[in-house]
Design a protein around this ligand. Sequence first.
Ligand code: HEM
Length: 430
Amino acid sequence: MKIPEVKKVPHRLGLLIASPKAYARQKSLLAGLQWLRANQPLGRVETRDFDPFWLVTRHADVSWIIRQHDLFHNGDRAHSLVPRSSDEMTRALTGGSPHPIRTLVHMDEPDHLKYRRITQYWFTPQRVGLLEHSIRIIARASIDRMAKLGPACDFVRDVAIHYPLRVLMQILGVPEQDAPRMLKLTQELFASEDIDLGHGESGSGDPARHARELFRLLGEFQAYFVPLMERRRASPAQDLASVIANAEVDGKPINHFEAVSYYVIVAAAGHDTTSSSISGGLWALCENEDAFKKLKADAGLIPRFVEEAIRWTTPVHHVMRTATADVELGEQTIVRGDWLMLSLLSANRDEEVFDQPNRFRLDRDASGGVLFGQGVHTCLGQHLARLEIRIFFEELLSRLESVEIAGRPRRSASIFIGGPKTLPLRYRMR
Ligand code: HEM
C-alpha cells in the first residue's frame, strides 16, 4: 500500500493556530482558517513547542469526527491544545494523567455515560424550564445594575461575567455571598491559560507555569468544594451540589477527586461560555443597528438571534481528540494515538454551511453550527445556556433604547475558551 505524503499546514498558519494572541485579534486567524478550509482542510501542524497534531477546519469533518466517540477519544491525551512542556508538567504532577482534573469532557465510555447520568436530568429542557422565573430575577438584577451604571459601562466586566455565574451558583446551591470568590476562581481558571500559553515560537513566557498555576487554582477550588460536599453529604438539600455529593457509580460513592472535578466543570464550563456569547451578541448588535431595531420590535426573533450570537462568538474555539485506531480521512492516514484539533471556530464559519459566514445575520438559522459540540459529549448545559441568553436579551431589549461602542472592545487571548474581554458601551435605558 502506498502511504500518502503527510500534508503539513504552512508553518506560518500553524504558529497562528497555536498563538493565543491570534485569537484576541481574530482577523488574520479567520483569514488563515478560511484558506485552510479551501486548500487544506486536514493538515498536520508541526511546531517546536507542541506535539504534532492534525488540524481539522471544515464543518463536515469536524461534525463527523466529533460524533465518532469510539474512534476519537476525549481522555487519552489533553482535551485542549497545550504546549508539550505544560503537558509534561501536568503528567509529572498527576503521576501520569494528561488531565489535572477528571470531568465529563476528560472521560470516555463506559465511565463517561455513568458520570453524565448523575446530573443529566438537571439539565433537560423540562427541568431547566422550571428555572425560568428565578433566572429572570437574576437577569433583571443584572440589567438594573447596568441601568444604574448608565450612560456608560464596560459590559463584560460590569454585567456579563456576573450573570451566568449567579445562575450556576443558584443551581449548585452555593451561597450568594461566595460569588466574589467563585468569580475570582473561575476567571483565573481561564486567565491562567491566556497569559501562560503565550510562549515560545508563538509568544513569550514559561508554558510549564500554566500547569503549575492550574494545580494551584484547582487546590483552591478543592478547598472550597470539599467542605461544601461534606456538608451536603451530612445533610442533603434540593440542589445540584447534593446530587453530586451523594452520587454513586457502580454502586460506590464517587470519590472526592471526581466530585470536585464535577463541581469545577459545572461552575466553569457554564460561565465564560455563556457570558462571552451574551457579550458577543451585544457587540454584534452595536454594529448592526438594523438587527437591533428588528429585535426590539419583535422579541419572537430572540431565539434565532441567540443561535447566531453563539455561532458568531464560538466561545469554545476548539476541542482535541485522540485517534484510537488508524483512520483514512481526506487522503490522509491518521494513525492510532494521533492528536486532532477540531476547530469549532472554523466549522462555525464554514462557507459551505453559512452564507457570508463572517457577517452577523439575524435572518439565518445558525443552529446547524457545531455550537455545543455533537454526539455523546454534546454540551450538558446547552438548554440552560440558551434559556439564560434568551431571558437576558428579552429583559435587556425591553429597556435598552440605544447602544453604541464607546472605546476599543478586546477579546481574550485564549486558544481554548474565550470571547470579549472588554466591551465599553454608551447607552440609554428606560
Ligand atoms: C453558550 C454557552 C455554551 C457553549 C458555547 C458551550 C459549548 C460546549 C461544547 C462545544 C462542549 C463539547 C466539548 C467536547 O465535545 O469536547 C461542551 C460540553 C460541556 N458543557 Fe457546555 N457550553 C455552554 C454552556 C454550558 C453551560 C451553561 C453548562 C452548565 C453546566 C455547560 C456544561 C458543559 C458540560 C458539563 C460539558 C461536558 C459534557 C460531556 O462531556 O458529556 N456548558 N460545551
